[in-house]
Design a protein around this ligand. Structure first.
Ligand code: NCC
Length: 276
């Protein structure tokens, strides 16, 4: 259903989706209070240039995949929300370089977020659904979840761990491209953490392997590899435009259909390797 060629679509993603983290010079964050909380270094400075990267979805189809070793062989691994590694190394590996969490998790589940050791590894990035193409000021006044206090508390207790706030502009720049390349009208809800994480890694890495975002032969209605909870909406999407995200990722996949079927694995180029 995609309208652009894979090459052109990659160029659109590279040129129109601005992946940036909130900085102390941005709008309402340019106060002395926020300077104390926001990381001093940029994400790029913190991670350096990355070669091969893995994005690990939280899908139930990772169960019994034995992909752990392959995932850990990457220079960097991105995981989502509360997805654990302990007890699941065989299937999902143990390396966590970046963890992308939604604002709901750090607000509604604040106590777990502040307590659980799971979150103390690697670089944290939090994102929050913003109104369509809202300015940072407007979003700051009306975030979907008011996660700012939880963020500050975490920063105070873990000052050495890099923890970024994703610039909310990115989600709608990406959503516009999803909509333009779909034949159907998409509900104006932001992309899933999975899709945001894929594009974040494409900006940081030379090559990105995504695991079980496009489901393999192990596809299941079990929502997460770490929970006994059944819901088809986890894979197909309800709030997030997950199906459209998956169609787009399938379209730009540079790996084989066999890799998807056996490993749930997609291969994407880093934006440095996209020539327009
Ligand atoms: O479930 P969630 O996502 O944390 O999963 C992370 C990303 O993995 C991909 N995924 C997951 C399950 C599945 N069967 N197939 C998949 O492809 C998706 O790309 C997904 O984004 C989120 O996107 O942030 C989400 O977060 C959860 C929940 O808030 C967190 O897990 C914290 O508890 C949302 N679930 C609910 O709100 C009930 C989910 O809708 C989206």
């Amino acid at each position: 259903t995609a309208k652009l060629s894979p090459e052109k679509l990659l160029c659109q993603l590279r040129d129109r989706v601005n992946v940036t983290m909130i900085q102390g010079s941005d709008g309402p964050f340019d106060t002395s209070e926020w300077q104390r909380y926001l990381p001093g270094k940029s994400l790029n400075e913190t991670v350096g240039r990355l070669g091969r990267c893995a994005v690990v979805s939280s899908a139930g189809s990772l169960k019994s995949s034995h992909l752990g070793q392959e995932i850990d062989s990457h220079d960097a691994v991105l995981r989502f929300n509360g997805a654990p590694v302990r007890g699941f190394q065989e299937d999902v590996g143990q390396k966590t370089t970046i963890r992308l969490v939604n604002s709901q998790l750090i607000t509604v589940e604040e106590q777990q977020f502040l307590r659980e050791a799971l979150y103390n590894t690697g670089i944290l990035i939090v994102w929050d659904p913003a109104p369509y193409h809202a300015e940072i000021h407007e979003w700051y006044r009306k975030p979907d979840y008011n996660f700012f206090e939880s963020y500050k508390t975490y920063r105070s207790t873990h000052p050495e761990q890099p923890f970024y706030i994703l610039n909310p502009k990115m989600q709608w720049q990406l959503w516009d491209i999803l909509q333009e390349n779909s034949l159907e009208h998409i509900q104006p809800n932001p992309p899933s953490s999975g899709m945001l994480g894929i594009v974040i890694m494409m900006t940081l890495c030379d090559e990105v392997h995504v695991y079980e975002f496009l489901p393999s032969k192990r596809q299941t209605d079990i929502c997460h590899y770490y929970q006994k909870f059944y819901d088809r909406a986890c894979t197909m999407g309800a709030y997030h435009p997950l199906l459209f995200e998956k169609n787009l990722v399938k379209h730009i996949n540079q790996g084989t259909d066999e890799d998807i079927y056996t490993h749930g694995k997609v291969t994407l180029p880093g934006f440095q390797n996209v020539h327009c």
